[in-house]
Design a binder for this molecule. Structure first.
Ligand code: GDP
Ligand code: MG
Length: 166
């Protein structure tokens, strides 16, 4: 079994941190500055019977100029071609304008989507329940998975759920 998995979400939600944890190497640039990751960086995670190719997809945001518009189209095309999209949000921040734009884009795409709620180490479990309620009906998510990419909580479970889908 093998598949391509695209990770999307606003800057700083933890996409590179997640990718680095899964792949176990510093392949994606981690930074507090938004959009340091300009290229599609891929990492491959293999188990005994599966291979997952992760793509750190930049450019899913409201374009401000022509180049941004081009990057946006490239990003959207990538999403149509992958087997699974991980839509990552920051548990601390909840729903923002940037997310609404991404959600509108995702409605045009048939690829299965997992909602990944990251940074759960920063919030109370009650707050997590509220977040899940707020988000779960916005799109037809195949799974909703809370994780901490930094501390590793629930990352193995997410990988298992990805493997099931492949
Ligand atoms: P990206 O822009 O989506 O690729 O986000 P990064 O992976 O660069 O992470 C942005 C910031 O959030 C960094 O300072 C990370 O250390 C931090 N971060 C990422 N994941 C977590 C997490 O699960 N918990 C906490 N507390 N911080 C995190
Ligand atoms: Mg990044």
């Amino acid at each position: 079994k093998s598949g391509f998995i695209s990770i999307i979400g606003r800057p700083n939600v933890g996409k590179s941190t997640f990718l680095n944890r899964v792949i176990g190497q510093k392949i994606a640039i981690m930074s507090d500055k938004p959009q340091t990751t300009r290229n599609k960086i891929q990492g491959v995670y293999t188990t005994d019977d599966s291979q997952m190719v992760f793509i750190d997809t930049p450019g899913i945001h409201k374009p401000k100029h022509k180049l941004g518009d081009f990057m946006m189209k490239t990003a959207t095309n990538t999403l149509k071609e992958v087997d699974l999209i991980l839509f990552m949000i920051n548990a601390e921040e909840g729903l923002g304008r940037g997310d609404e734009f991404i959600i509108e884009k995702l409605k045009e795409i048939k690829t299965p989507i997992y909602l990944v709620i990251n940074k759960i180490d920063r919030i109370h479990p009650d707050q997590l329940m509220l977040l899940i309620d707020q988000y779960k009906d916005l799109l037809d998510f195949a799974e909703v998975v809370p994780i901490s990419a930094l501390e590793g909580n629930n990352v193995d479970r997410l990988l298992e759920q990805i493997e099931k889908l492949l």
